[in-house]
Design a protein around this ligand. Structure first.
Ligand SMILES: C[S@@+](CC[C@H](N)C(=O)[O-])C[C@H]1O[C@@H](n2cnc3c(N)ncnc32)[C@H](O)[C@@H]1O
Length: 128
C-alpha cells in the first residue's frame, strides 16, 4: 500500500541523515537538560517563557519521528502552500514541513523562535 511518504524528498538519504542526526542528538541530550532543570527545583509554572528558552537553549526538544511524519502527511494532504511555525528550535519540525511543501510543488514556511542563540544557529543554516 502506498503511504503519504512514497516519492517524498523525506526519503532521500541526505534528508534522512540530517533528521536522524538531530533526532539522535535530542534523544541523547535533551533528557539531561530536562533533568537538570527539574533538579534545580525551579517551578515550571512560575518560570517565564524567556527563562525557559534560556534554560533549554541547548535542547532541541523536537517533535518525534512519528509526529514529524504525521505533520508531513497532513501538510502534504492539504497541499499546504504556507506554513507558520511557532517555536522552531533547531528546525526539526521545519524539515518535515519544508519536505511537504517541496513535495507539493513549493511554498513558504515562516519560523519563529524566542531564544536568540537558536535563531543565530537557524540563520547560519543555508542548506541541509
Ligand atoms: C518544543 S520546542 C519546538 C520544537 C520544534 N518545533 C521541533 O519540532 O523541532 C519549543 C520552542 O519554542 C520556543 N518558544 C517558546 N516561546 C516562544 C515564543 N513566544 N515565540 C517563539 N518561540 C518560542 C522555545 O525557545 C523552544 O525552542
Amino acid at each position: 500500500m502506498a503511504t503519504a511518504t512514497t516519492n517524498s524528498i523525506l526519503l532521500l538519504p541526505e534528508v534522512q541523515s540530517v533528521l536522524e542526526r538531530l533526532h539522535t542528538l535530542a534523544d541523547t541530550g535533551d533528557e539531561v537538560i530536562i533533568q537538570q532543570f527539574l533538579a534545580s527545583g525551579a517551578d515550571w509554572n512560575s518560570t517565564s517563557s524567556e527563562q525557559k528558552a534560556t534554560v533549554f537553549q541547548s535542547a532541541l526538544l523536537p517533535i518525534s519521528r512519528d509526529v514529524g511524519r504525521f505533520l508531513y502527511g497532513v501538510a502534504r494532504s492539504i497541499s499546504a502552500q504556507r506554513i507558520v511555525e511557532f517555536g522552531t528550535s533547531y528546525g526539526v519540525s521545519t524539515i518535515y514541513f519544508a519536505a511537504a511543501l517541496h513535495d507539493v510543488g513549493g511554498g513558504l514556511i515562516i519560523g519563529s523562535e524566542l531564544e536568540r542563540s537558536k535563531v543565530t544557529k537557524l540563520r547560519s543554516c543555508t542548506s541541509l
